[in-house]
Design a protein around this ligand. Sequence first.
Ligand code: ATP
Length: 235
Amino acid sequence: NTQGALLKVSNLEGWYGESHVLHGINFDVRQGEVVTLLGRNGAGKTTTLKAIMGILGKRKGSVVFDGTELIKLPARAIARLGVGYVPEERGIFASLSVDENMMLPPQVKPGGMSVEQIFELFPNLKERRNSQGTKLSGGEQQMLAIGRILRTGAKMILMDEPTEGLAPVIVQQIGRTLEWLKRDGYTIVLVEQNFRFAASVADRHYVVDQGKVVDMIPNEDLEANMEKLHAYLGV
Ligand code: ATP
């Protein structure tokens, strides 16, 4: 049932040059949901986020967000509609301070969080606001990467492995942030390798394998589907 879907991805295909990587991705996300894309390395999860965001060179199929077809739009138009992207590599500029990094993405939509609100959400970042990007821990960089997207006014956020390489206590903090965003009505599409984290924050999980979505598992059914999932993930 895709009625009321905020995001509906249908038969999405994608290429890097001649290399055909996405072979028909189908999934939908309701407003206020947190969904994950799970799958083994190279399955096409990151590429799916890039294709939705309009930063993959060649893509086809359909990506409807809030009633608008995105497939032919450039990334900046997609951002302006309220889609935010937090890439795996975080994109923090080493030579700029926290404050300066925060101001990099343009405000694309009214209703974004103010810098002070973002610092309320991430108090440790506030203490570091004059520090250079290079001086930040991995966790602080991740919080900055998420925080500055909240400033843009994006209401749906695509996040690529936000917990990668972070200490458990920081992973918990990121988890609390996602819960807060969900309560506030944000919609989140999360690529995640940390299974336990995925289970703790998501409503539903889509399994990506060889450039296709091959399964959907509601979070409450995750335990019961563990064997099947392990087979998909190859763990
Ligand atoms: P990972 O967790 O390893 O990032 P993933 O599911 O996100 O896994 P993708 O990064 O989407 O996988 O990669 C899908 C396929 O596309 C892989 O076969 C990968 O080798 C290939 N690929 C990824 N980036 C590029 C690129 N810039 N140029 C060419 N091929 C790429």
